[in-house]
Design a protein around this ligand. Structure first.
Ligand SMILES: [Zn+2]
Length: 344
C-alpha cells in the first residue's frame, strides 16, 4: 500500500452538509485518452463526531446493498447527522454497470484486491484509495454484500473474529443491533482471507460489519429491508444518526463456518441438481445433490454429500456447473455467551 492515489474527487470530506458527486478513477482508452470512470459517492457531514463508511457494489452483481445505500443517501438530512457518513453505493462501478462480480476493465475482483496498488489496474487503484483515503477516516465500516450471480445466500450478517476480547464483544454487539436472522463469525476461509475490504479495514482499527443479503443477481425484499433498518440501528447507536425512528432488532442466531469441510464442491462438469435448499438443516453424510451428464444419458449422475452438519447458508444458483464450483456452504451454531447488547 505505497504510493499516492491517482483517484480524485471534488467532494470535500471535511465540509458540513450533504454532497453527492463521484470519485474520478483515471482510465485512459482509445476513445478517452485523459478520461476517468465515475464512482458514485455521497458525503453527509455535520460537525464533529464519528465517521461511518458505508459501501455496496464491491461486487457489481449484488443489489440489496446498492439500493439500501441510495435510499439512505437520499433520505438522511445533514442535520440528522452528528459526525459523518461516507456512502459509496457502487464501489466497483465498472462491475456494477456491467452487472458483474468483477470489473470488465481488468477482470479485477475488488474484494480480493486489498490493500491495492496506487499504480495498478483500475480495480487495484480503487482498493488502494479505499485503504489509503477512506478507511483511515472511518470508525465503523459496513460493506454490504449478497451472493451475486453464482450464489444464493440465507439473509445474514458476518464479522471477522475480533483481534481482542473487547473488539470481539463490540462486533457481536453490532451483529445483534443489525439484527439479521443469522449472524456468523468467519475468518474468510471460503474466499478472500486478508485480501478483502473487511480485513483491510479491521487491520486499520475500524469496526467492520459485512452482510450476505440474498443472491442470484436478483433482489430479495427481506435482505433490502434488513439492510435499511439494520444500518439505521447501527448508525443511531454509534451516535451518528439522531432524530430518526428505528425498529428494534429481531433476535439473531449466531453461527460459524468451520474450515473447508463446511463447503461442498463439484468434482465434475455437468448440471447441478441440489438436494437441499438454503436454510435447511442437514447432517454430515446426507446427500447434498447430484451432477448430471446429459451428453451421456445412461451415465449415472455423480452424488455429492455434506461433510458436516448444520444449516445451509448458501447454494449455487446457476445449474450449469464446473469442476471446482462451490455448491453449498454449511454453518454451525456457536455459543457466544449471554446477550450483553443491552448493557454495552
Ligand atoms: Zn460480494
Amino acid at each position: 500500500m505505497t504510493g499516492q492515489t491517482r483517484i480524485w474527487t471534488p467532494i470535500d470530506y471535511d465540509a458540513d452538509g450533504k454532497q453527492s458527486d463521484c470519485l474520478r478513477l483515471p482510465h485512459s482508452t482509445d476513445l478517452s485518452a485523459y478520461g476517468w470512470v465515475p464512482i458514485p459517492l455521497a458525503c453527509i457531514k455535520n460537525g464533529s463526531g464519528p465517521t461511518a463508511l458505508l459501501i455496496a457494489g464491491n461486487h457489481g452483481d449484488e443489489y440489496e446493498g446498492q439500493i439500501a445505500l441510495c435510499k439512505l443517501a437520499r433520505e438522511i438530512r445533514h442535520d440528522q447527522v452528528s459526525g459523518r457518513l461516507i456512502i459509496l453505493p457502487g464501489l466497483n462501478s465498472p462491475a456494477v454497470a456491467a452487472g458483474r462480480r468483477v470489473s470488465p476493465l481488468d477482470e479485477g475482483n475488488l474484494n480480493r484486491s486489498f490493500p491495492g496498488d496506487a499504480a495498478g489496474s483500475p480495480t487495484q487503484m480503487i482498493a488502494h484509495y479505499v485503504c489509503q483515503v477512506l478507511i483511515p477516516m472511518a470508525d465503523i465500516v459496513v460493506d454490504l454484500h449478497s451472493g451475486g450471480r453464482s450464489l444464493d445466500y440465507a439473509v445474514s450478517a458476518l464479522v471477522r473474529p475480533g483481534r481482542t476480547v473487547e473488539e470481539h464483544e463490540k462486533l457481536l454487539r453490532l451483529l445483534r443491533l443489525f439484527g439479521a436472522p443469522i449472524s456468523f463469525v468467519s475468518d474468510g476461509t471460503g474466499g478472500g482471507g486478508l485480501t478483502t475490504l473487511a480485513a483491510a479495514a479491521q487491520q486499520q482499527g475500524a469496526l467492520v460489519l459485512t452482510t450476505e443479503l440474498g443472491g442470484g443477481a436478483t433482489l430479495r425484499k427481506e435482505g433490502l429491508a434488513l439492510a435499511e433498518a439494520g444500518l439505521k440501528r447501527i448508525l443511531k447507536d454509534q451516535g451518528i444518526l439522531r432524530d430518526l425512528a428505528t425498529q428494534p432488532a429481531s433476535p439473531t442466531r449466531f453461527m460459524t463456518v468451520k474450515g473447508h469441510d463446511a463447503f461442498v464442491y463439484a468434482h465434475s462438469r455437468g448440471i447441478f441438481e441440489p438436494a437441499a435448499d438454503i436454510g435447511d438443516e442437514v447432517v454430515g453424510g446426507q446427500i447434498a445433490g447430484h451432477i448430471h451428464f446429459p451428453d451421456l444419458p445412461t451415465r449415472e449422475p455423480e452424488t455429492l454429500f455434506f461433510a458436516t452438519s448444520g444449516l445451509v447458508a448458501c447454494r449455487r444458483a446457476p445449474s450449469l456447473t464446473e469442476r471446482g464450483d462451490c455448491l453449498f456452504k454449511v454453518m454451525e451454531d456457536i455459543d457466544i455467551g449471554p446477550d450483553r447488547a443491552s448493557h454495552a
